[in-house]
Write a protein that binds this ligand. Structure first.
Ligand SMILES: Cc1ncc(COP(=O)(O)O)c(C=O)c1O
Length: 377
């Protein structure tokens, strides 16, 4: 099956009980047993629900793994993944990971004895130098948010294997349509499905895919024990979103390329961050491991005042957190998505006050460019 076909026919694409071409919403918490233990595969919806199962089979197929898992948010998914580890274990993470990932590692999971080190994983030497006897995993976000840094997944996974570590990849920005970390050697891939996978700004969800049966068993134990599962209605919305992921990502790609070209030529824009640019330091790695560069672009307009002026004039880019939906969104990471990162740390990372991040949507690109042009005047 090719990629767009798999988005539609992967997983369990119709209802075996009725033939309905759309898998139904099983809005149910428990299941009748014919005798003790005599059930049809479902006992209780935290442990397993048919609609959630259909989604989990679908994400497993499109990421190319052994088992899929759906959670009530990306953060619930990330927390559950880290719950695979024990007190005293250590994880190495990409330094400009999503602010919420930084927060949960340094303010919540640290209280349970899980230690973390943040490094620029786009340079493999930085990872190597931080491996300790108690290190258990390398956690990569690529491309990163908001600076669009790229880590070589294949090289990092090879290094991880040499040291007996798991490789975990947050694939939210690329989506499984453009990038499949498991094929590159990763053990666990996760998504904030709130973003491109849902695609319509109407669901908060997280997805995880693992590459081996033992890991699947261990991870199902964590999912069922901690219970942060996705409900059937939201599972159904994600299945619907995934059907159009391919066409949405193709259109996003062409809109984004046109916008990047416009921004690069604009005198008020000091710097553009986008992995599709040949001048991007990891452009070749991005080209090697992903089939597209995605719809996220950051650019520096110089100062908080310049950013605020742009925000006050822009019309079609909605000022909002989040990304990856049909409507174009705009944000200022330093005061929004990354506000939970201490100011000194933001400065170290290069998340400057004039940095503006856009998530390019599916409007006519001519309207988006005219809008940016007007707002930058
Ligand atoms: C890259 C990335 N990972 C994880 C998350 C967390 O996901 P959620 O907001 O669905 O909990 C986000 C949210 O913005 C994100 O951008």
């Amino acid at each position: 099956m090719r990629r767009k076909t798999k988005l539609i026919h992967g997983g369990i694409s119709s209802d075996p009980a009725t033939g309905a071409v759309v898998f139904p919403i099983y809005q149910v918490s428990t299941y009748k047993q014919e005798g003790v233990g005599g059930h049809k595969g479902f006992e209780y919806s935290r442990t397993g629900n048919p609609t959630r199962h259909a989604l989990e089979e679908l994400i497993k197929d499109i990421e190319g793994g052994k088992a899929g898992f759906a959670f009530g948010s990306g953060m619930a998914a990330i927390t559950a993944v880290i719950m695979l580890f024990n007190s005293g274990d250590h994880v190495i993470l990409t330094d400009d990971v999503y602010g919420g990932t930084f927060r949960v590692m340094t303010k919540v999971l640290n209280r349970f004895g899980i230690d973390s080190t943040f490094v620029d994983t786009s340079d493999l030497e930085n990872i190597k130098s931080q491996i300790r006897p108690n290190t258990r995993a390398i956690y990569i976000e690529t491309p990163t948010n908001p600076l669009l840094k790229i880590t070589d997944i294949e090289a990092a996974a090879k290094l991880a294997k040499e040291h007996g570590l798991l490789t975990i990849v947050d694939n939210t920005f690329s989506t499984p349509y453009w990038q499949n970390p498991i094929e590159l050697g990763a053990d666990i891939v996760l998504h904030s499905a709130t973003k491109y996978i849902g695609g319509h700004s109407d669901v908060v969800a997280g997805l995880v895919v693992v590459n081996d049966d033992k890991l699947a068993e261990d991870f199902h134990f964590v999912q069922n024990s901690t219970g942060g599962v996705l409900g059937p209605q939201d599972s159904w919305l994600l299945i619907r979103g995934i059907k159009t992921l391919g066409v949405r990502m193709e259109e996003t790609e062409s809109n984004t390329k046109a916008i990047v070209e416009f921004l690069q030529g604009h005198p008020k824009v000091k710097k553009v961050f986008y992995p599709g640019l040949e001048s991007h330091p990891s452009h070749e790695v991005a080209k090697k491991q992903a089939r597209g560069f995605g719809g996220m672009v950051s650019f520096d307009v110089g100062s908080t005042e310049d950013a605020d002026r742009l925000l006050s004039k822009i019309k079609y880019f909605t000022l909002a957190e989040s990304l990856g939906a049909v409507e174009s969104l705009i944000s200022v990471p330093a005061r929004m998505t990354h506000a939970s990162i201490p100011v000194e740390r933001r400065a170290e990372l290069g998340i400057v006050d004039g940095l503006v991040r856009i998530s390019v949507g599916l409007e006519d690109v001519e309207d988006l460019i005219e809008d940016l042009n007007r707002a930058l005047e």
